[in-house]
Design a protein around this ligand. Structure first.
Ligand SMILES: [Zn+2]
Length: 281
């Protein structure tokens, strides 16, 4: 449910983005059907039984875009992520780095844009009962490790936020709380995006996710006191160089959501914690 709400938090697509997204979707549409300009970020949730071609792209003849490209500028959601084919999960590493999927087939090579937000959901174990007190779970530690092992370390290294979500108790369910609605959060996201555009526009970028490491550690370099915890994690081998840059991008986003000029030590610590929350649990 959280994953499906995510596109609702994203701002409308700009003219250029809307054209890109519409063009990709028109390639998978029924020929001659009317194509209208898509202004909203797409949401794609292919089932784990779908073929690699359906998710990554491919098919006979000239390669066609798959769900990953149709999720361009939007959200790609893989429910029960360990159940997907290993080669599908591994193939997602390329677009997470470059925002593009290059597909080679006998009919030719095609490159499709695929800059999406990836959301992976997984049960705590193969039987799915290990959350909370986990009384009914019969999985061995080896079974759990193998289950998670299907999602490779290099893939998870590209996942910025890793959260353990507790089972909803019956008493908490359905109680109207103090939750914010989608519109309220969407306005906060829009304000954070505006801050990013103001800062990054002169550098030819729009969002923190697009900022290369050399800019993060160059023009946007933070004081050593702010990144101390991060530098220590890198030195101790807890964090990869790629992970280091990804934590910095997330810290900038947290600062933007807080209307701060730049991240402080708390933002950096929070970003690092969000990355490791599931691993620590
Ligand atoms: Zn289990």
């Amino acid at each position: 449910m959280l994953a499906e709400r995510l596109p609702g938090l994203l701002p409308d697509l700009g003219d250029h983005e809307a054209m890109e997204v519409t063009a990709i979707h028109s390639l998978s549409a029924v020929p001659s059907s009317a194509v209208s300009l898509r202004r909203r970020p797409p949401f794609e949730s292919p089932h784990h039984s779908a073929t690699a071609a359906a998710i990554i792209g491919g098919g006979s003849g000239l390669p066609r875009p798959g769900a990953a490209s149709r999720a361009h500028r939007g959200v790609l959601f893989l429910d029960e992520a360990p159940e997907y084919e290993r080669r599908v999960l591994d193939a997602l590493r390329q677009p997470l780095e470059s925002g593009e999927l290059v597909i080679h087939r006998s009919g030719g090579t095609a490159a499709y844009p695929a800059r999406f937000q990836l959301v992976l959901a997984a049960n705590p174990c193969p039987c799915g009962k290990a959350s909370g007190k986990g009384v009914d779970c019969t999985c061995t530690p080896t079974m759990r490790r193998r289950y998670y092992g299907r999602m490779s370390g290099p893939l998870l290294d590209r996942v910025d936020i890793q959260l353990q979500v507790e089972r909803v108790s019956l008493s908490a369910f359905g109680q109207g709380g103090t939750e914010e609605d989608t519109g309220t959060v969407a306005r906060r996201v829009a304000a954070a995006r505006a801050r990013q555009l103001e800062r990054l526009g002169p550098l030819g970028m729009e969002t923190n996710s697009q900022v290369p490491g050399r800019v993060l550690r160059g023009q946007l370099k933070l004081p050593p006191a702010t990144t101390r915890i991060l530098d220590a994690s890198l030195e101790r081998g807890i964090l990869t160089a790629r992970g280091y840059d990804r934590v910095l991008r997330l810290a900038w986003t947290l600062a933007d959501l807080d209307s701060h000029e730049r991240p402080d030590g708390n933002h950096v610590g929070q970003a690092l914690g969000l990355r490791q929350a599931a691993a620590a649990a």
